[in-house]
Design a protein around this ligand. Structure first.
Ligand code: NAD
Length: 246
């Protein structure tokens, strides 16, 4: 068990990569604080974590709401006495080409995919500094490295998350806190639901491994980065993309 006794907050944990990460962390012995705004699906994930033998709690919270994020972090700290890992995974897409993108589409994606990462990381940082250890993991994307058609808002946020990662790894590294980002390629989760079938087929064809990723394959990387096995990995952006960017 690579995460035995570690208290981990995972955002966007109700489905997709976040749900797979919550379950993987539970299987690795972590105490899981699972956060999402979708209460019903979140309950099922927490139940699955408990079935795996872990302590787990559900927090129904919109991660773009700073007050609620602060409350959630304070509750987790009160309940479990420490926070060892934060996985900033919650994310949305609101795609449109530059000329068609509305301000609301732009703001919604920046609020969840960028601002919420700032909120949660700022909320956990003091506690991690006081305990002299911690891990912050941020969900970027290959889109945060290469850009993507129709994703001005998403690309800005995912590039920004890499900026956070590199900056915080410098600021917090000396305090014993590691900060890394994961940049998945195209992973088979509900977030891909709005992508037309023919575009998905082209994506699949561009991947040397010949398929989309599975949520568990990203969760495995989060588990490694959260564990002490990654003790010298800091400020890294790890692509989990089946080689699609080669
Ligand atoms: P998903 O849509 O399946 O799940 C995202 C989860 O985040 C949902 O449960 C949703 O309810 C939750 N969420 C959204 N906004 C929230 C908010 N304001 N507060 C709390 N919870 C919120 O997505 P996924 O595919 O599992 O993606 C997870 C992360 O990985 C995202 O940051 C995404 O950008 C990133 N990513 C995904 C892919 C992919 O191909 N699936 C590729 C690269 C990066």
């Amino acid at each position: 068990m690579r995460l035995k006794g570690k208290v981990a907050i995972i955002t966007g944990a109700a489905q997709g990569i976040g749900a797979a990460t919550a379950l993987k962390f539970a299987q690795e012995g972590a105490i899981v604080a699972a956060c999402d705004r979708n209460a019903e699906a979140l309950g099922a994930v927490v139940e699955a974590c408990r079935q795996a033998g872990a302590q787990a709690s559900a927090f129904c919270v919109d991660m773009s709401d700073r007050e609620r994020v602060d409350e959630m972090v304070a509750t987790v700290r009160d309940r479990y006495k420490r926070i060892d890992v934060l996985v900033n995974n919650a994310g949305i897409t609101r795609d449109a080409r530059l000329q068609k993108m509305t301000l609301k589409q732009f703001d919604d994606v920046i609020d969840v995919n960028l601002r919420a990462v700032f909120h949660a990381s700022q909320a956990v940082a003091d506690g991690m500094i006081a305990q002299g250890s911690g891990v912050i993991l941020n969900a970027s994307s290959v889109v945060g490295i290469y850009g993507n058609f129709g994703q001005t808002n998403y690309a800005a946020a995912k590039f920004g998350v890499i900026g956070f990662t590199k900056t915080w790894s410098r600021e917090l590294g000396p305090k014993g806190i590691r900060v890394n980002a994961v940049a998945p390629g195209f992973v088979d989760t509900p977030i891909l639901a709005t992508i037309p079938a023919e575009v998905l087929e082209k994506m699949r064809a561009d991947v040397p491994l010949g398929r989309l990723g599975k949520p568990e394959e990203v969760a495995n990387v989060y588990a490694f980065l959260a564990s002490d096995e990654a003790s010298y990995v800091n400020g890294a952006v790890i692509e989990v993309a089946g080689g699609m960017t080669l």
